[in-house]
Design a binder for this molecule. Structure first.
Ligand code: PAF
Length: 272
């Protein structure tokens, strides 16, 4: 497995590849959720590139950029065992210059929900993914459905900028008890972890109810009864294009939650 440290090395490596390229962008601290993306990329492509880069431009001032878990050696091992051909691990200095051309997330769908509570976050995500796509020139790129709004916006960027890349959504991986895997779960104390479970429980309940009723208010009330979090930022009901909906549309609804448990911000969703 090759370790590529600079965009230049990665571009040269990409030029040497024959056949299709599956690309899995990550911020490291790899868990089973990332492995699922890598596994799919491995199955569907001749070559697999994983990037590991804690992208500073998608963190807001005061967020967890400095304490974000970094486990590079363990991540390399995981990638090697999963049959990855190359890991691209640039640093901020060689990814960014001082006075850059900046990509803006769309005014509405980039600034609702996650984009509202983390204003500018998606500008940073799209900026770095744009760079990563140009460097790795993938045939297919793999993104988790857990970051549903990110997935929607990446698809939008691919359309708007005419990238010839197929975006492959991959289902959220959960612990046995339902907790959605996230690199940020390590911040949770055992007590907080128990309370964090109320998020996936509320979503599961919502999915069950939505087979009986399309009344969003009724479903929301039941979700609120289950949720045991410190600060609920949103419960939202959108269609697959991230338009707010006022009734459940079977086959075209995503129910999303963002909440703090202790000082850890968690997001999760369920696709109906
Ligand atoms: O989902 C993530 O881990 C990040 O937002 C991504 C896509 C790797 C961009 O930094």
């Amino acid at each position: 497995m090759k370790i590529l440290k600079t965009p230049k090395e990665a571009i040269e490596f990409r030029k040497s590849l024959k056949g299709s390229v599956g690309f899995v962008p990550t911020m490291g601290a790899l868990h089973q959720g990332h492995l699922e993306l890598i596994k799919k990329a491995r199955e569907e492509n001749d070559n697999v590139i994983v990037s590991i880069f804690v992208n500073p431009t998608q963190f807001l001032p005061g967020e967890d950029l400095d304490k974000y878990p970094r486990k590079l050696e363990a991540d390399f091992e995981i990638c090697k065992r999963a049959g990855v051909d190359a890991v691209f691990t640039p640093n901020a200095e060689n990814m960014y210059s001082e006075d850059e051309i900046l990509i803006k997330a769309p005014k509405v769908k980039g600034y609702i929900l996650e984009g509202f509570f983390r204003a500018g976050h998606f500008d940073g995500v799209l900026q770095v993914v744009n760079k990563l796509f140009n460097i790795t020139k993938p045939t297919r790129a793999y993104f988790g459905k857990k970051d549903a709004q990110q997935l929607y916006l990446i698809n939008q960027m691919v359309k708007n900028f005419f990238f010839d890349i197929e975006i492959i959504p991959v289902d959220t991986i959960r612990e046995k008890d339902g907790l959605a895997l996230s690199s940020r779960n390590v911040y949770l104390s055992p007590k907080e972890r128990k309370r964090a479970l109320s998020i996936s429980k509320a979503l599961k309940k919502a999915a069950k109810l939505s087979s009986k009723t399309n009344d969003i208010n009724e479903i929301k009330q039941e979700m609120l009864k289950i949720l045991d979090v410190d600060e609920l930022q949103y419960i939202a009901f959108v269609d697959r294009e991230f338009n707010y909906i006022d009734k459940i549309i079977p086959g075209n609804t995503i129910i999303l939650i963002a909440a703090f448990v202790g000082s850890t911000r968690l997001i999760d969703n369920i696709w109906i």
